[in-house]
Design a protein around this ligand. Structure first.
Ligand code: NDP
Ligand code: GDP
Length: 323
């Protein structure tokens, strides 16, 4: 039986990856930071019905000792480094914390693996945000980066350090440059979940409108359940490498909104307002990924359309709020 260590197990991707790896017969160990609300923090794992099948271990990315001890104790074959301060908007409010956790935290995890289990295969959760002010359309593994937020700059540091540990120490360290991926388990602050939660509230008569920022921004959105499979596929390759994971289709925030309202039989025009205060200091206007390398080398392809994703998220939020 293989052992996987997942940092960020309580997040969206950590939950879906746990479900996927358990299905493959892995022993799943999850790093969880200490919290006064630890009873509610496993909610996503509970939602997927896997919380009793994973082993949660206390540790924090800012504490090297806790990471080394975890790696020493559980001797993972594969390490999926997903933990981060992952919300772009917050990264302007807490740039130092974002640098510490999202950037340096990845290096701290790489160090723990290098010291305690150098033969383990390592996955770094890189992000399409690194393309920022895009230098080419679509974006592939060879497109130059141009980060536009403290989050993206921190992810870029973590990305290059992953490449560096591969080249310096021969570690099997891969970086997945994942484009936005969503699900019913997406954090409520991200735009898709803000929208589907609001659609459900409007449908149930709990509110009558939603205020958004830049609805013209375009994203290449896929389903998290598809994307965690790509992470695993990367670590099954003989050679570590970097891969863009995307659908190859880009849509506006307004388009996603229309799909979500339509899924509930509502019209977006009656309920959406915009507010300049929700605009970002520097925006990423357009992301469109070219997943052809992942298709060719991993045999990976997105399977869920944006229309299906929007409908699934609205349905889940309606069910949640009706309870
Ligand atoms: P989430 O925000 O849902 O999860 C982040 C996880 O990191 C949570 O488990 C959180 O714990 C944990 N965490 C945060 N700070 C620390 C810390 N100091 N020590 C230990 N754990 C910590 O993110 P997603 O699941 O959506 O994304 C997974 C990864 O992929 C992230 O690195 C993200 O930046 C990256 N990514 C995501 C994309 C997406 O579209 N979802 C796109 C590209 C990259 P807690 O529950 O306690 O808050
Ligand atoms: P990101 O791509 O990681 O920043 O994911 P988000 O879901 O947070 O944002 C996607 C896009 O939606 C960005 O271009 C935002 O500026 C835009 N957006 C517009 N209104 C909102 C909003 O109310 N909340 C969020 N989170 N994003 C919004």
């Amino acid at each position: 039986m293989k052992t996987a260590l997942i940092t960020g197990i309580t997040g969206q991707d950590g939950a879906y990856l746990s479900e996927f790896l358990l299905g493959k017969g892995y022993r799943v160990i999850g790093l969880m930071r200490r919290s006064a609300s630890s009873d509610v923090i496993g909610e996503r794992l509970r939602w997927l019905g896997v919380i009793d099948r994973v082993q949660l271990v206390e540790g924090n990315l800012t504490d090297l000792g806790s990471l080394i001890r975890t790696v020493q104790t559980y001797e993972p074959d594969e390490v999926y480094h997903l933990a981060a301060q992952s919300f772009v908007a917050t990264s302007w409010q807490q740039p130092s914390l974002t640098g510490l956790v999202t950037g340096l935290g990845a290096v701290t995890m790489l160090e723990a693996v290098r010291i305690a289990r150098p033969q383990a295969r390592f996955y770094q959760a890189s992000s399409s945000e690194m393309f920022g002010k895009v230098q080419a359309i679509p974006q592939s593994e060879t497109t130059p980066f141009y980060p536009r937020s403290p989050y993206a700059a921190a992810k870029l540091y973590a990305h290059w350090m992953t490449v560096n540990y591969r080249e310096s120490f021969g570690m099997h360290a891969s970086s997945g440059i994942l484009f936005n991926h969503e699900s019913p388990l997406r954090g409520i602050e991200f735009v898709t979940r803000r929208i589907t939660d609001a659609v459900a509230r409007i449908k149930l008569g709990l509110t009558d409108h939603l205020t958004l920022g830049n609805v013209e921004a375009k994203r290449d959105w896929g389903h998290a359940r598809d994307y965690v499979q790509a992470m695993w596929m990367m670590l099954q390759q003989d050679e570590a490498d970097d891969y863009v994971i995307a659908t190859g289709r880009t849509m506006r925030v307004a388009d996603f909104c229309e799909m979500a309202f339509a899924a509930a039989g509502l019209s977006m025009a009656d309920h959406i307002r915009t507010d300049q205060a929700l605009m970002r200091p520097a925006e990423v206007e357009l992301l469109l990924g070219d997943p052809s390398k992942a298709e060719r080398k991993l045999g990976w392809k997105a399977t869920v359309t944006l229309e299906q994703l929007a409908a699934e998220m609205v349905e889940a939020d309606l069910a949640r709020l009706s309870r």
